[in-house]
Design a protein around this ligand. Sequence first.
Ligand SMILES: *[C@@H]1O[C@H](CO)[C@@H](O)[C@H](O)[C@H]1NC(C)=O
Ligand SMILES: *[C@@H]1O[C@H](CO)[C@@H](O)[C@H](O)[C@H]1NC(C)=O
Ligand SMILES: *[C@@H]1O[C@H](CO)[C@@H](O)[C@H](O)[C@H]1NC(C)=O
Ligand SMILES: *[C@@H]1O[C@H](CO)[C@@H](O)[C@H](O)[C@H]1NC(C)=O
Length: 241
Amino acid sequence: MFISDSICSWAASAHLLFLIALLSGLISADILPQTITAYVSETVMLPCSIPVDEELPTVEWSKEGLSQNITILYRDGCETFGMKNSAFRYRTNLVLDKLKDGNISQIIYNLRLSDQGRYQCRTLRGRQWQVHAMLELKVVAVSEPKLTVVATAAGDGVTLECKAVCWFPEPEVTFQDVEGNEIKANNPTRVSNSTECLTVTRKANVQTPINRVICRVHEKDLNQTRKTEIYIPGILDYNHN
Ligand SMILES: *[C@@H]1O[C@H](CO)[C@@H](O)[C@H](O)[C@H]1NC(C)=O
Ligand SMILES: *[C@@H]1O[C@H](CO)[C@@H](O)[C@H](O)[C@H]1NC(C)=O
Ligand SMILES: *[C@@H]1O[C@H](CO)[C@@H](O)[C@H](O)[C@H]1NC(C)=O
Ligand SMILES: *[C@@H]1O[C@H](CO)[C@@H](O)[C@H](O)[C@H]1NC(C)=O
């Protein structure tokens, strides 16, 4: 069958595996990919489960579009590292104490934007591969916007700058007054980060009597919104005088 490159093998009987393969049928049901959205640097679990059996089959998770597409391979009672894609080294695992319940979900730690894509969960019994789950992972990068006063013009307001640092996908940055009315702003500038995320900066000249301004950063595809508010005391004092 295969050559075990793991040290902790509990020699599975080839005959038994072959029998199970015959009994377990040949066809995987049609599997509709499920979408999971998670944040950069977080931990995510991609669910997959199989019927409980006496013996755990070989479990393989792979990611579409990679030449070496295995993200975790578990066989004969332990993880086999030889074919694992190096981008996932030390970053994937199975829920080891749940394997006996047929829970073969994959955990990915310290998510990267490049982890985005389609994953497949399958098992091998004897010579029989069976696909159990397909998952579409979306990874988003968000942060709280930074809203600051960058210039004051005598008598007629201030220039505010709102910075959305390291977002992905690219968000829209808008300024609003407390009633939610949009305040006119300059065209945004975007800088792409070495880590593939984007920093979007936008400026607005705010006239009196507005004294509280909200910067809203919104990414519509994955429906991510972060808001920051600034209170401009100088303008309030001006109004009161
Ligand atoms: C697998 O186990 C984990 C940890 O207990 C649990 O959170 C998850 O819901 C389980 N997934 C499935 C598919 O059973
Ligand atoms: C990974 O590669 C294997 C072998 O080429 C292929 O059968 C499998 O479908 C690939 N996985 C994904 C998720 O594309
Ligand atoms: C790149 O992203 C990091 C956070 O991941 C941030 O600290 C840095 O300021 C960003 N650089 C640019 C040019 O956006
Ligand atoms: C976007 O998220 C907000 C809450 O964060 C929710 O109220 C709203 O219904 C969502 N919109 C869409 C289109 O999913």
